[in-house]
Structures are given as structure tokens and as C-alpha cells.
Design a protein around this ligand. Structure first.
Ligand code: ZN
Ligand code: ZN
Length: 357
């Protein structure tokens, strides 16, 4: 076994503390990765606070992992020692169900082995994530990372990037289409960059006017302050596709009404409480409300290759993991982090933790 240093939270109201644990010895198909950067994902915060229920403690969060390969198993073909590697939200799955066979491991019908807050295939051994010094992952669930892009900025692609890329691709967003992005946080900012790069005309909806400059810099063509219903009414029946990246409670009907006939709205943010959907919002224009969860391994690699080609990365602020606690303290003045406690900066995806010790 490999002694590993990490940071864990012991319960829903605890903070991150140093935590020592063991990784398995790399098997024939495994790669051992020294972790260099790990993004802070909003779901790290939800799960560390047990907001979705069923959290496993102690929890070592982190599923936006980039690092360097330090050892490979005897049968590993795709990675060599010294190469860059990435790990996202999934480290294994059943591999034989219809979803796994279709390359959609995130929808595995048997057992997805989530990178943290999950269990290995034995459904007993807990998994520990990227707020740690190293990780052992089967090469089939390990991603190739281009050395062209700044590594700290690549980390959030492993979750925020694929979570937004996958629905944009699945619903065939492209030139000539009007795309709305609701919320400009970690997911939203990637959605704007990606949708704009695919040729769509992008409108950002945000409760805060202060984000307009950021939105336009990221590639948005239009910006709408969503607090005023008049602003939304003026845009009824206009959009082909809307990506809803908000995890706070909000009125989805206000956005559904902006879709054209047969338009699609996909949820990628996950509010803790059920949403209220007016049947009229769907019925009147045969609109579709759907959701999308991260992406399969094949599509995640496709997204990473696409981002390397198009020079797309996440905007990040890098903080040493030892200072994560102080960092949170500094952000108390930020209205978006008001009332939050426990793990993490609320600026989520805009952070990439440096794991250099
Ligand atoms: Zn995530
Ligand atoms: Zn499966």
C-alpha cells in the first residue's frame, strides 16, 4: 500500500484537516499519479456538507485532478512515467452495461466508482479524491493532458469543462443558434467559453449586473440581469438551448418560456430542493426540460483535446491547499459566500488548489 497525504473533512460541519491514508499498490492496468493541481468543484462543497445526503466521512474531496505519472503497471499502454495525466469524477464503472458500452460510464447502470465520496467496485472500500498527494487509477479511466495548456487552468476542465461540454455536444449546439447560460460561476463560465467557441450566439443570465464585463470577456454576446422579469419577457421564445448552471433555488419557468418551439433546457446545477415546473411552460411550445451529468471517459478526452486545440481553459485563482481555510475566511465579504460554512471557497471552480507541498 502507498502512504498518501491528503486533506479530509470528518463531518458535514467540519473543516478540511490533514489526513493520512493509503492508496492501493498500482495493479497491471493502473497508473500512479502525483497530483499537482485539483479544482474546487461546487459539488465538493455540497457533498462535504452532506447536502445531497449519503456522504461518506472522512471525505477527501476533489475530482478535477491533474498531475504527473510516477509509476505505471506492467500492462499499461497509454501512459509513460513523466507524462501528464488527468482524473475527473469517475475512476471505474462496471464496464459491461449498455451505458458503459456506449462510453457513458457516468450513467453506468450497475455501479459508478466516483472519484471520492463513493466506493470501489466491492461497494465497501471508500474512494478518496484529489485533495491529496497522489492517486492510483486504471489507465482506462485516466485522461491524457496536453502540455500546451497551463496545468492549473486545465484542472477544472475535468468536471466543469466536461459537465458543460457534454450537453452542448449532445444537443448539437453550433453556429446560428441562440444559447442561454444561466448563472456565471464555475460551470457557467466554462459554458460561455465552450458555446461561443462552437459558434453559438451566447446570452448570459445573471442576478448580478457586476458580472457583465466578465461575461463579455468570456465570449458572451449579450448579458441579461435576470432579477427584473421584464428583461426576460422581452426574450420569450427566442432561444434554441439553455444551460441552467444554478444550484441555488430559482424559477425554471422563467427560463423555459425563453425557449423556442422544441427548444431544450438542460440542468447542470443541482439545487438541493425540488424545482417547481409549470406544465404550461413545456406544453405550449413542446419544450424539453432535461439534465446532464458530467461526461463519459471518451467524451472527456474529446473535450480535453478540443480545449487544447482551441486554447480554452478555466479561469482560476491558485491557492496552496494549506491555505484553503484562510482563503475561505478572506472571502466572507463576498455576498455570494454569505451564510456558508464548512468546506471551501464559494468561488468554486474559479479556484484550483495547488497541491505542491
Ligand atoms: Zn465537480
Ligand atoms: Zn456500467
Amino acid at each position: 500500500m502507498l502512504p498518501t497525504r491528503g486533506y479530509a473533512t470528518k463531518g458535514p460541519t467540519s473543516i478540511l484537516e490533514p489526513f493520512s491514508f493509503e492508496r492501493r499498490d498500482p495493479g497491471p492496468h493502473d497508473v500512479l499519479i502525483e497530483i499537482l493541481y485539483c479544482g474546487i468543484c461546487h459539488s465538493d462543497i455540497h457533498q462535504a456538507r452532506d447536502e445531497w445526503g449519503g456522504s461518506i466521512f472522512p471525505m477527501v474531496p476533489g475530482h478535477e485532478i491533474v498531475g504527473r505519472v510516477t509509476r505505471v503497471g506492467s500492462a499499461v499502454k497509454r501512459f509513460k512515467v513523466g507524462e501528464l495525466a488527468g482524473v475527473g469524477t469517475i475512476v471505474d464503472s462496471c464496464r459491461v452495461c449498455a451505458s458503459c458500452k456506449a462510453g457513458l460510464e457516468q450513467y453506468c447502470e450497475v455501479h459508478v466508482v466516483w472519484t471520492y465520496n463513493g466506493t470501489e467496485k466491492d461497494e465497501k472500500t471508500p474512494t478518496y479524491g484529489g485533495y491529496s498527494s497522489q492517486i492510483v487509477v486504471d489507465e482506462n479511466y485516466t485522461l491524457k493532458i496536453s502540455p500546451k495548456l497551463p496545468l492549473a487552468n486545465v484542472a477544472p476542465l475535468l468536471c466543469a469543462g466536461i459537465t458543460t461540454y457534454s450537453p452542448l455536444r449532445h444537443f448539437e449546439v453550433g453556429p446560428g443558434q441562440r444559447v442561454g447560460v444561466v448563472g456565471l460561476g464555475g460551470l457557467g463560465h466554462m459554458a460561455v467559453k465552450l458555446a461561443a467557441s462552437m459558434g453559438a450566439e451566447v446570452t448570459v443570465f445573471s442576478t448580478s449586473k457586476t458580472k457583465e464585463q466578465d461575461a463579455r470577456r468570456l465570449g458572451a454576446h449579450d448579458f441579461v440581469v435576470s432579477l427584473d422579469p421584464k428583461n426576460l419577457d422581452a426574450l420569450a421564445n427566442r432561444f434554441d438551448f439553455i444551460l441552467d448552471a444554478v444550484s441555488a433555488p430559482h424559477d425554471v419557468n422563467a427560463y423555459l418560456n425563453l425557449l423556442r418551439r422544441d427548444g431544450v433546457m438542460a440542468m447542470v446545477g443541482i439545487p438541493a430542493k425540488p424545482l417547481q415546473v409549470q406544465a404550461f411552460s413545456l406544453v405550449l411550445k413542446r419544450r424539453k426540460l432535461t439534465g446532464s451529468g458530467v461526461g463519459g471517459i471518451r467524451e472527456t478526452q474529446e473535450m480535453l483535446d478540443y480545449c487544447a486545440k482551441k486554447n480554452i481553459v478555466a479561469d482560476v485563482e491558485v491557492i496552496p491547499i494549506q491555505q484553503e481555510k484562510e482563503h475561505r475566511g478572506r472571502r466572507r465579504g463576498d455576498p455570494h459566500s454569505a451564510g456558508r460554512s464548512g468546506l471551501g471557497a464559494d468561488d468554486q471552480r474559479r479556484c484550483s488548489i495547488s497541491l505542491r507541498h
